[in-house]
Write a protein that binds this ligand. Structure first.
Ligand SMILES: [Fe+2]
Ligand SMILES: [Fe+2]
Length: 812
């Protein structure tokens, strides 16, 4: 089932994009054949509006909720009338020229009944050569369509309480309220691909129509233009490339109407033969599950080994189906750019019935414009991926909204990083549309997914699922600690957090108590970000733009000699050099799906606030010494705000070392070269004792990559620990024997004697093992003046290794 926009009077926008969609060569015009099936506003339906359950007593044995939709169901006690059906406070006139021919009972503004039921028949002349059943429908607030008793289409299929609280599951009862609760009715075209549910001759169509809540004042149902067509089916939809674990990977997701349309063929463009895939093309293995969307499958696959700056071609095939070839280009190594946006939230706009523009259409057209800007404007010409900071859709369950978000050529060309928003979080549909790298099943978890991270060109991106309104930041802290441990061998240029709910914002959500209360999320998470050495936090949710001053914990640094004032000192700083704190950005909506006013309130953290009720999109540029963000209006690509963080090369590798420290140069240099890493975040802890595990890891990194030595059979060396390869190498090459049989003691503090032995055997592995290693160290000036059995600090370890490195480098 697929829904698409049926009607829009948004003429200027349509004209803008119709030019883009022109393919430029003659194609067969579909549909060639259309069979009208005689369903229109005048069709006579049997209907039920008396608040009874047509399937009978739900507590009785053999109860089947949808039995009333079967062809042989006895509907003789139901009423008979033609459409359109509707009511507004009990009357026929819904305004804007929409008047019901048949007034439905039970919708008067109080005690509104949850469900109305409709049945009628239509005649199918032939199914030969036909591909889809298509119909136009106006409905308020949700509907499920059945053909011959089988579910054929679901429209805003979310159960709702009488008090209008959306439940986190589809409609599962004949007596539950349901649907979108939009202010007005929704008008769409639905499509049904599984024509095996139809038969030549007489067929039964049945519709259950749900009212959004018990105090709703309107209801509407009108089905027209039911037809069979021979248009080709889009077998693959919602194709999207999520970020892989790092820049060399890409995580694909697509939905298919055929279960076997799950082969992903992937090849460098340069390896195509006369434009066709070579026979030995790489076929990527796929996992396939049933999608929430009727008769669709959700497929996921990961491509690895991507090279920088390379064009690839891919296609999807299987079961006689073959997609077009799509191209995907990787970004360059090193410096990179990406686009960043928030709250596309397709489906959030109410629209304007008087102009004929209905809710989702407004967001969809704005979204197309935003993607058009990203794909065509000079400012975004070299982006490597796009980051969407949550609320991709308005209703977490809604497949139509996902279609509108994802079904654009843009997502076949670019990788996308996504964040779970509060509007995405209440359904597993999110997990069926995005293939998230390094996703936690333990921390920040909702039904949509959990905290996650990826690395791109030595920049760490931590993606937190904070849309579950957890007031405690402990889970996210535990996740970040795990990430730091897993990535401790990478010397990150920048560390960036992305999360949906902003902790520093100025509009509708500025005073949310779960964020700003003393025990709220802001106070809990800010020190954790500091501790982890985070540079920038990217956020959405408030549909407003807010850029903070550099935040020192929760205190804004409003004055600093490190700020630059490109627009004059009476304005906000435009850049900062070597900040000692974090920049928090809140981005406005990429579609203006909702548009909140800035609160008339003092926000000391806010350097720049902006609300022009215009969609925004930002570009972020990253180099070793620079993080810059420029935010544009999508209407005309003028600049809303820009800010740059400069880090000169003299910036310290670790925050807790000082130029006056005796070990500063060695620690700083080896830190910047990735030979040593911090204990946590940007802290080196020079006076903490060095352990045997650390020593092995540092020597291993200094040696450069080594051939695999196999796993040690040592009980205290877990295969996945950060030092396991290093320890195996150190033992096998005779540099560091275990402390006992099968014991390496990685957490044990290392003594000077053990350390001297390791250095000696590292420098001269073929030398006599009986040589006095301590004497060798002292003779070569590689000592730190402590006694043989004394422990050494991390600073002493680095200092000695640095001296050793000079000797080894000289010898080599
Ligand atoms: Fe949100
Ligand atoms: Fe939002």
């Amino acid at each position: 089932m697929k829904m698409k926009r049926a009607l829009t009077l948004f003429i200027s926008m349509v004209m803008l994009f119709s030019a883009v969609a022109t393919t430029g060569f003659a194609e067969k015009i579909y549909p060639e054949k259309v069979y009208q099936l005689g369903i229109d506003s005048n069709t006579v339906w049997k209907y039920l509006d008396d608040n009874t359950d047509p399937a009978g007593d739900s507590s009785s044995a053999g109860y089947e909720r949808t039995s009333w939709a079967a062809p042989d169901f006895d509907d003789s006690r139901w009423k008979t009338a033609n459409g359109p059906f509707g009511a507004k406070k009990g009357g026929a006139d819904l305004g804007y020229g929409y008047v019901a021919d048949t007034v439905l009972l039970g919708c008067e503004g109080t005690n509104c009944i949850p469900t109305y039921f409709f049945r009628t028949e239509f005649e199918v002349p032939t199914l030969s050569g036909m591909t889809k059943l298509v119909g136009d429908i106006q409905y308020d607030d949700g509907a499920i369509i059945y053909i011959n008793g089988k579910k054929a289409a679901t429209l805003d299929d979310t159960a709702v309480t009488p008090e209008k609280k959306a439940l986190c599951h589809p409609i599962d009862s004949n007596t539950v309220h349901g649907g979108s609760n939009y202010r007005y009715f929704t008008q769409i075209t639905f499509e049904v691909y599984d024509l095996s549910i139809l038969k030549q001759g007489k067929n039964t169509i049945a519709v259950e129509l749900h009212n959004g809540n018990a105090t709703s004042d309107n209801i509407w149902f009108n089905m027209t233009n039911l037809r069979l067509v021979d248009e080709p089916i889009e077998h693959v939809t919602n194709l999207c490339i999520s970020m892989g674990d790092d820049e060399s990977k890409a995580n694909f997701t697509w939905h298919s109407t055929k279960k076997d349309a799950n082969t992903l063929s992937f090849v460098k463009k340069s390896e195509l033969i006369d434009g066709a895939m070579p026979e030995n093309v790489q076929k990527i293995s796929t996992t396939t599950i049933m999608s929430n969307d009727i008769n669709k499958y959700c497929n996921k696959a990961t491509v690895t080994g991507l090279e920088p700056d390379t064009e690839y071609v891919y296609m999807i095939s299987g079961n006689g189906f073959q997609s077009n070839q799509y191209t995907f280009k990787t970004g360059a190594k090193g410096n990179f750019n990406f686009a960043c946006l928030a709250d596309a939230q397709i489906g959030a706009s109410f629209g304007d019935a008087s102009s004929g523009v209905f809710n989702k259409d407004t967001d969809t057209e704005e979204w197309k414009r935003t993607l058009y800007r990203l794909d065509n404007e000079e400012q975004f010409s070299d982006i490597s991926f796009v980051f969407s900071l949550g609320d991709q859709v308005n209703k977490a369950w809604n497949e139509d909204e996902y279609d509108r978000f994802l079904d654009h050529d843009f997502f076949k060309k670019y990788r996308v990083a996504t964040v779970i928003g509060n509007h995405d979080t209440n359904s597993n549909a999110y997990s069926q549309h995005f293939n998230i790298a390094n996703e936690s099943s333990q921390y920040g978890v909702t039904v949509a997914g959990g905290d996650s991270y990826f690395v791109y060109n030595d920049v760490l991106f931590i993606v937190l699922n904070n849309a579950n309104e957890l007031e405690s930041a402990d889970e996210h802290k535990a996740f970040m600690e795990q990430v730091m441990e897993e990535t401790k061998n990478i010397n990150f240029k920048w560390k960036i957090v992305a999360m949906h709910e902003s902790v520093y914002t100025v509009s509708n959500h500025a005073n949310d108590s779960h964020i700003i209360a003393p025990e709220g999320f802001r106070n809990n998470i800010a020190p954790i970000f500091e501790e982890m050495g985070i540079d920038v936090v990217l956020q959405g949710h408030d549909h407003v733009y807010c850029r903070t001053y550099i935040m020192d914990g929760i205190e804004p640094i409003t004055e600093s000699e490190n700020y630059f004032y490109g627009k004059g000192r009476d304005k906000a700083p435009t850049a900062v050099s070597n900040p000692d704190g974090i920049l928090y950005l809140t981005l406005n909506s990429a579609t203006k799906a909702k548009s909140y006013k800035i609160k008339d309130q003092d926000f000391p953290f806010a350097a720049v606030k902006n609300q022009e009720h215009i969609p925004n999109v930002s570009k972020i540029e990253i180099t070793d010494g620079k993080f810059s963000v420029v935010t544009y209006r999508t209407t005309d690509m003028t600049v809303v705000d820009e800010f740059t963080i400069y880090r000169d090369s003299a910036a310290k590798a670790f925050k807790d070392i000082d130029e006056n420290d005796w070990f500063y140069n060695d620690v700083d240099l080896m830190g910047k070269n990735g030979i040593i890493s911090g204990v946590s975040g940007d802290r080196f802890e020079p006076y903490t004792p060095a352990t045997r595990g650390m020593t092995a890891a540092v020597l291993y990194r200094m040696k450069g990559s080594q051939p695999e030595t196999g796993n040690l059979d040592f009980a205290d060396i877990p295969v996945d620990s950060y030092f396991s390869k290093a320890a195996s190498w150190a033992v096998y090459s005779g540099i560091m024997p275990g402390t006992d049989n099968y014991i390496f003691a990685p957490e044990q503090n290392i003594t000077y004697k053990q350390f001297a032995n390791a250095l000696y055997h590292y420098a001269a592995p073929k030398n006599n093992p009986e040589t006095d290693a301590i004497k060798w160290c002292e003779d070569n000036g590689v000592d730190c003046g402590v006694n043989d059995d004394e422990e050494i600090s991390r600073a002493q370890m680095v200092s000695m290794i640095s001296k050793l490195k000079k000797i080894v480098d000289t010898v080599q």
